[in-house]
Design a protein around this ligand. Sequence first.
Ligand code: CA
Length: 228
Amino acid sequence: MRVLVIEDEPRLREALVDSLHQAGFVCVEAGSAAEAQFCIDNYPCDLILLDLGLPDGEGLSLLRRWRDHGVDLPIIILTARADWRDKVSGLEAGADDYVTKPFRTEEMVARVKAALRRVRGRATDCSDFACGVTIDFDARRVWVKKQELSLTSFEFNLLSQLAQSPGSVRSKSDLSEHLYDADEDRDSNVLEVLVGRLRKKFAAVMPEIVIETVRGSGYRFALETKAK
Ligand code: CA
């Protein structure tokens, strides 16, 4: 999952990015309204953290413009303005949540996860799939028939990207976009290696195919979601 962090105070931005990294997210950073617009136009993201007071414009104008243009990602406002009227105008402009500074980065990460859960339409962040596979997206753990699989952070990120949309084909470039920070080098060979490692780990405990290769297109999570 990739978060666009828009904040002009470098130390706060770094602290947010660090906490998000620790929670397994990748990030794109913007320190101005212009950079934020560039990032939105160039990098697919899953959620936006938006500071309202930016050196070259108002976060609120960005928010309104993006909602007008159909950007439907969850957006959480960060601001030092604690007045209720500011909160109301932020929410009315289309924000999903509102956090006033100073805040603990742990709280911010929890709100990011909650906003993403709402997008996926789930109250909890645990999904059961066919063949006894359970994924806890929040705790970042995977079980096959109650036996836990040990995955690296990268392997989990890839699995979680695929399992968020079971059955749909995800291209390699789309997956890479959601697995790396904006400025990181990416290489489709790395993705193939990761898929291979994940397959091996699943194959050690179950015969069914979990990740299918769709020739010329990408990969697909092959297990269906089990109704609760
Ligand atoms: Ca600011």
